[in-house]
Design a protein around this ligand. Sequence first.
Ligand code: AMP
Length: 404
Amino acid sequence: MYLQDLALKDQKVLVRVDFNVPLDNNFQVSDDTRIRAALPTIQYILAAGGSVILMSHLGRPQKKLKDDGTVDKERFSLKHIVDHLSKCVGKVVKFVADTTGEEVEKVAANLQAGEILLLENTRFYKEEKKGDESFAQALAKLADVYINDAFGTAHRAHASTCTVAQYFGQDKKGFGFLIRKELEEAEKLNNDPARPFTAIVGGAKVSDKIVLLEKLLDNVDTILVGGGMAYTFWKAKGGKIGNSLVEMERLEAANTILAKAAEKNVEIILPVDSVVADKFDNEANNKVMPSDEIEEGWMGLDIGTTAQVTFVDAIAKAKTIFWNGPMGVFELSTFSKGTEKVAEAVVKATENGAFSLVGGGDSVAAINKLGKAEAISHISTGGGAVLKLLEGSVLPGIEAIKKS
Ligand code: AMP
């Protein structure tokens, strides 16, 4: 089931990686975190005497079609990352400008032990997202062994992340080092976590996090709720929230969560005050107000100064921390303070011995902005996937490997 359990000598190993990296205007890789994250798996296969056939998606080529309605194969080509990848691995990486088909089959068939081939963007084909069986079969026939190491897409039932696995026997498929680590670290939150266990949940909407919040109630001692979703809770409690983000159809769900938390003795801490603004704009007029007394014409865009102190204090006491989602509109500097304070507090608590797991674009960005990524116990490479994992949902990319 894991890479280390499989026989790899002289085997062609098809590896699904997540090379969905940002490119600058000159098509140079501007952040190679995801490439570096896949290196242990690649190096291990090469050292074990196998050859590596890499496949990944890059961007959303089916959503950003050219004016003539075709896929922009120049902009979204994985050819842009070949040189960078070669440098990272310390070896020439071969590239074929297609994902399946005759040319790919020819190069794959001639691949020698110790060699690496990168296939073109899997999402050039509509079949990828549909989890199409013929497309998956065409990929499967290139190799003897299948390894999934793309945690960021493990919650998607795509051809290269899920369907393809069914064409490999149980002793011919497994997880790479990256997925293994993600699973093990997430398991630490479920497996007798040190207490108090504090979850910090933020972001725009309650609707995206309801299942997560319900699940967390079974396991945590405290939940700090920040971001836009906090106002749906305040509204549900009868507060005045002005023009803040609210999901009226989730008021009942918010009340249910609050009631269940009380039943289970879980403390849910909402931000008592907010930085409110008269526009969704970095230059808008702003002031700090109680979160349940926001006047019409004003909207809460960050947790307030008192809430910051309360949140920081709760985090300082925690021995286990899970954080997903910003405390405010982190993209606008005027409303990024709450998220920054939380990031600092999580780093400090970890330095004092807590276990911390951070997942999700903005929360990870806030930690990176402090230059403190290495201080966190585990930074997840998949925001969506880690949420699904902690929700207890089935991740198709994970299940497909476990199924025989
Ligand atoms: P999510 O993808 O659910 O983690 O949400 C992240 C988004 O939530 C970011 O783009 C933030 O700008 C947004 N957000 C956070 N707090 C607020 C808020 N108080 N009002 C509106 N949007 C918010």
